[in-house]
Design a protein around this ligand. Structure first.
Ligand SMILES: [Zn+2]
Length: 155
């Protein structure tokens, strides 16, 4: 595999924790439940080093949970964790910016933002000219997300 992302190794590790024993059937057993940033670089299940952007995935059938690097989660499992990490980078760079829709769904599902904030987010994420109070709300949502990931990762 390219760049040290060893799909064969990842597949073997994931299948050992899955009920289904062929890749295409095993994939849907898995769900993205968390994201976090490693303090020190870690090694992905595929053997790739270093990874900082970690995704926690769980198997709905076997209840096994494991961590995989963001690149592999997207490339091999097809979860758009990359969009969530992109959203974090975006607001970390500029608190006036908004997270994207994929990230909003994820953070809402994880209980980081509540129903009202999720609705606000949906109505305003494309807007650049917010009122003062709307901008204050956007900042407060962004802060919640950044605090959650800094504290313990999300999920
Ligand atoms: Zn990997």
């Amino acid at each position: 595999m390219d760049n040290g992302y060893n799909f064969k190794q990842l597949k073997a590790a994931i299948l050992s924790m899955s009920r289904a024993q062929d890749w295409e059937s095993a994939k849907p057993e898995w769900k993205l439940i968390g994201i976090s940033e490693a303090d020190t670089p870690e090694t992905c299940l595929c053997g790739h080093f270093p990874i900082i952007e970690r995704c926690t995935i769980t198997n709905r059938v076997t209840n096994k949970t494991t961590e995989v690097g963001n690149v592999c989660v997207k490339r091999f499992l097809g979860f758009r964790s990359d969009l969530i990490f992109a959203a974090i980078k975006r607001i970390r760079g500029d608190m006036d910016k908004s997270i994207n829709a994929d990230a909003a769904v994820f953070f809402h599902e994880q209980g980081i933002i509540n129903d009202w904030e999720y609705g606000f987010q949906q109505n305003t994420f494309r807007k650049r000219n917010l009122t003062g109070s709307q901008m204050a709300t956007r900042h407060s949502i962004n802060r919640k997300i950044l605090n959650a990931i800094a504290r313990r990762g999300i999920g």
